[in-house]
Design a protein around this ligand. Structure first.
Ligand code: NAD
Length: 253
């Protein structure tokens, strides 16, 4: 039980990788807040965790909306008394069409940045005061290997995921004096529903991506949880401002 009695908010916890983090954190003893724009999915995950004997709370939030994000933090503290861990996993990924950079509309570009970058900043703004109060906290920002690899045809998405790493590094220096660690995880091409159904994906994409890894296969959702638990746990108390690639040896930076 590496996260016993830790209170963890997982944004975008209703499906895919976020759900995987939620289930694993619960197994490790954390009290988990599943914060998602899709409340039906969040409630299903909440039920799963409670059925497992854990403690959980589903909260509806659009991370790009300041009032909803601050409400998410307040509800967490109301229910569980503190915030130890924030996993900034929510992002626009499911259903994003692969297409040339000059066919992305301004609206698509702005929405991508509002959720993937501004949303992350807002969640940190809302959770950090509670972490400062505790003199300790763990913030885990989910980036992506796409910007390390320079993956084409997803320019708005890829650019937001590079921004996540800049935010992680700068914030680790602002929050370090309060005992709050800020790190990021860069997953490789992971076999979630969103990846499997990516609109506009070229034929043979899975095989092509798998061939670029040292371990010879694409990432499975379960591959990510080890790094996430480590960065949320006391075992990583002296690690901040870092990025961990979990991609089977695809990007090597
Ligand atoms: N699957 C991959 O190959 C892969 C690779 C690298 C990084 N990632 C990153 O991992 C994370 C999860 O990936 P996934 O494959 O599970 O994606 P996904 O699209 O299936 O899940 C994203 C979750 O975020 C939620 N969400 C979307 N917009 C939101 C908003 N405005 N407010 C609150 N919640 C919102 C969705 O409802 C969903 O539950 C994302 O940050 C993604 O960019 C995924």
């Amino acid at each position: 039980m590496r996260l016993k009695d830790k209170v963890a908010i997982i944004t975008g916890g209703g499906q895919g990788l976020g759900k995987e983090y939620a289930v694993t954190f619960c197994k490790e003893g954390a009290k988990v807040v599943i914060a998602d724009i899709n409340i039906d999915n969040a409630k299903e995950v909440e039920k799963t965790l409670i059925d497992m004997g854990g403690e959980a709370l589903a909260v509806k939030v659009d991370v790009s909306k300041s009032d909803e994000v601050f409400m998410m933090a307040e509800k967490t503290v109301e229910k569980f008394g503190k915030i130890d861990v924030l996993v900034n996993n929510a992002a626009i990924y499911y259903g994003v069409a692969m297409k040339p950079f000059d066919t992305i509309s301004e609206e698509e570009w702005e929405r991508m940045f509002n959720v993937n970058v501004k949303g992350m900043w807002l969640c940190i703004k809302a959770a950090a005061p509670y972490m400062k109060q505790n003199g300790k906290g763990k913030i885990i920002n989910i980036s992506s290997g796409t910007w390390l690899m320079g993956i084409p045809m997803l320019l708005h998405y890829v650019t937001t995921k590079a921004a996540v790493v800049g935010m992680t590094r700068a914030l680790s220096r602002e929050l370090g004096e309060y005992g709050v660690c800020v790190n990021s995880i860069s997953p490789g091409f992971t076999m979630t529903e969103a990846s499997k159904t990516l609109p506009g994906r070229p034929p043979g994409l899975d095989e092509m991506m798998a061939q670029q890894t040292a371990l010879g296969r694409n990432t499975e959702p379960t591959d990510l949880v080890g790094a996430a638990v480590f960065l949320a746990s006391d075992a990583s108390d002296f690690i901040t401002g870092q990025m961990i690639n979990v991609d089977g040896g695809c990007a090597m930076h």
